[in-house]
Design a protein around this ligand. Structure first.
Ligand code: FAD
Length: 289
């Protein structure tokens, strides 16, 4: 099917891109196009103006800045999967990118596009929630940073205004000894949208309790943190009883729908199983586990 007509801009600087977004009604950014072009072909969207952000150098790449890992919004999923910095500081995000779609989609799809599209099943969202990430936004009138747990407002709805670009995703370098994992269940082993996904990040024991994050995808209108499940593990030993309590709490915090990929009952069962499976190896061999 042909695409609806549009005007294409390919700015080489961020300021130029922001000016176009501010001055062209209906203009939308395009990065990899793996979600937007599908919607345009299906005639669900027909933006009159596209602003391709792929030529803006400063939007790509992974770097460390002031104790934070910073990922440019136009960095591809394949680049994140291959990044040594990401493997070192946030292996759960590497895992999520390794399970994302297929190699051809990973080579085009970007992390900014994944977050901006705000699918409940976005695979980078649970790891980023578990990492306490923030979303950096820029417009012609200023810059702001929004914690990712406040960025998603609903299915395909976010805090981002139409004139704003996501410029980067940033998160604090996790403390030494932090363990993290990601898993997803799809209808096949590869190139599948998540039916349920989960990420956990558990910090080392510390005064006042350990830092625990449990985040879930595809089980609510937005990716969510399972805060009661986190509380079940933040103090006291992480033993089989605590793991079962956390899995039960996570299942109760979700509000899954039934759709062609799975029923709400199946999704709740899957959360219990995924959370248990993710937590057991994370705590194995630990003196507090
Ligand atoms: C075959 C196939 C398989 C897929 N499998 C998966 C999967 O396994 N897991 C998964 O999570 N997703 C999957 N997707 C969905 C899609 O690939 C991802 O959401 C992808 O990350 C979108 O990124 P993109 O760069 O291609 O975004 P685009 O398609 O370019 O844009 C998507 C949306 O984000 C906006 N946008 C893009 N960049 C920015 C920015 N920097 N600032 C503001 N807005 C921006 C666009 O305006 C548009 O609204 C799949 C898609 C296809 C076609």
């Amino acid at each position: 099917m042909t695409l609806p007509k549009f005007e294409l801009h390919r700015p080489e600087s961020l300021d130029e891109a922001l000016d176009i977004l501010a001055s062209s009604p209906g203009a939308v950014p395009i990065a990899g196009g793996t979600a937007l072009i599908v919607d345009m072909r299906g005639r669900r969207l027909s933006p009159p103006v596209l602003v391709d952000i792929g030529l803006i150098d400063r939007l790509s790449g992974v770097r460390i800045e002031g104790g934070e890992v910073v990922i440019g919004a136009a960095t591809t999923i394949a680049e994140i999967k291959e990044s040594d910095l990401i493997a070192q500081h946030s292996p759960l995000l590497s895992e999520a990118c390794g399970l994302f779609a297929s190699p051809s989609v990973r080579n085009r799809a970007t992390i900014g596009g994944n977050i901006a599209y705000a699918s409940p099943a976005a695979d980078t969202a649970p790891p980023l929630l578990a990492l306490d990430a923030s979303v950096e936004l820029a417009s012609a009138s200023g810059r702001r940073t929004v914690p990712i747990d406040r960025f998603f407002l609903g299915v395909r709805r976010t805090e981002r205004r139409d004139d704003e670009l996501i410029t980067a995703i940033r998160f604090p370098i996790p403390a030494e000894g932090t363990e993290g994992r990601f898993r997803k269940l799809g209808l096949r082993r590869a190139d599948a949208i998540s039916v349920v996904s989960a990420a956990v990040s558990i910090g080392p024991p510390a005064d006042g309790g350990r830092r625990v994050r449990i985040a879930l995808g595809a089980v609510a209108p937005t990716p969510i943190r399972a805060r009661r499940a986190e509380e079940a593990l933040s103090a006291g030993p992480i033993d089989e009883g605590a793991i079962l309590a956390a899995a039960e709490a996570a299942a109760s915090e979700a509000s899954p729908v039934s759709d062609l990929r799975g029923s709400d009952w199946y999704r709740r069962e899957a959360i219990r199983a995924l959370v248990r499976r993710l937590l057991r190896p994370v705590v194995e061999g630990r003196s507090d586990g």
